[in-house]
Ligand binder design. Structure first.
Ligand SMILES: [Zn+2]
Length: 277
């Protein structure tokens, strides 16, 4: 699932590749498009965006936002959820089977959205606050100070991995990078927030900053312009069940709960509940 590091790199690429370009044609592929596209303006998705020029691309949490001001002011807001991907292509590039929307741009580039499980959403809106799950998001991880982080963490009491992946606590961290952050911080994912010492909370804050920044650099190197890829070869524990921990050599543990996999090293990340180990 795309999280902050992937979306940050995708944003950079799109800022360079689509800003200043005009949408000359929009194709909606059914039945996927009906599940993905949401027109919150009532003015029509293709009708509004055909002829519009990309002004800016930004990221907020796990959302990508495309701003248009010419000839009309509007936002295109993508929430890719688990399986949504953007792709830069040309007309000759074979379409992925689950392509829902293709935007042809004035330089003949095609910006496509495909989604193997059609879980993501592409909103057209006049106000980003109207997009579901957008307004309640917590601060960006790079914008929060250590002191603010300590204070904010006090509002939550559950298992630390569950806290980290809650968008209203911090925006942009999902299952994969929560595992990586906790491995860097050497904290067991099922430790309760209330059990963490001040030193451990400091370690967690530092691990969030360094893990996300280093991951952006790794994703950028591996992705290039292929924004539909999700490079994860560089991860240390996530999806590495049964492999050796890069720090200590212990076999990496896996716990599956609530349809998501948690990976960690039981030597480097001691404590927590003894389950599934
Ligand atoms: Zn280890």
């Amino acid at each position: 699932m795309p999280e902050l590091p992937e979306l940050e790199v995708v944003r950079d690429v799109l800022q360079r590749r689509v800003v200043g370009k005009t949408i000359t044609r929009i194709e909606l592929f059914q039945p996927m498009a009906a599940l993905v596209v949401r027109d919150l303006t009532g003015r029509g998705f293709a009708e509004t965006l055909t002829g519009a020029t990309f002004d800016n691309v930004t990221r907020r949490g796990k959302f990508l936002l495309f701003a248009f001001t010419r000839p009309v002011s509007a936002w295109l807001v993508l929430n890719p959820k688990l399986t949504g991907r953007l792709q830069l292509a040309t007309a000759q590039t074979k379409r992925f089977k689950k392509t829902a929307v293709a935007f042809t741009l004035s330089d003949q580039t095609e910006l496509r959205y495909y989604d193997d499980k059609t879980m993501g959403q592409l909103y057209l809106t006049d106000a980003v606050e109207r997009v579901p799950d957008f307004a309640g998001m917590g601060p960006e991880p790079f914008d929060i100070t250590r002191e603010e982080f300590r204070e904010r963490l006090k509002l939550y009491r559950g298992e630390i991995k569950g806290v980290l992946t809650r968008g209203e606590f911090l925006a942009g961290i999902g299952n994969a990078y929560a595992d990586e952050i906790l491995w860097h911080a050497q904290l067991h994912p099922y430790r309760k927030r209330t059990q963490l010492t001040a030193d451990e909370i400091d370690r967690l804050y530092d691990a969030i900053q360094t893990t996300l920044r280093e991951s952006i650099a790794q994703v950028r190197a591996a992705m290039g312009e292929n924004i539909h890829l999700e490079p994860r070869d560089f991860l240390n524990v996530h999806l590495r069940t049964g492999e050796a921990c890069p720090r200590c050599g212990t076999t990496i543990s896996e716990i599956s709960a609530n349809q998501r996999i948690t990976n960690f090293c039981r030597t480097c990340q001691p404590g927590g509940l003894i389950r599934g180990m």
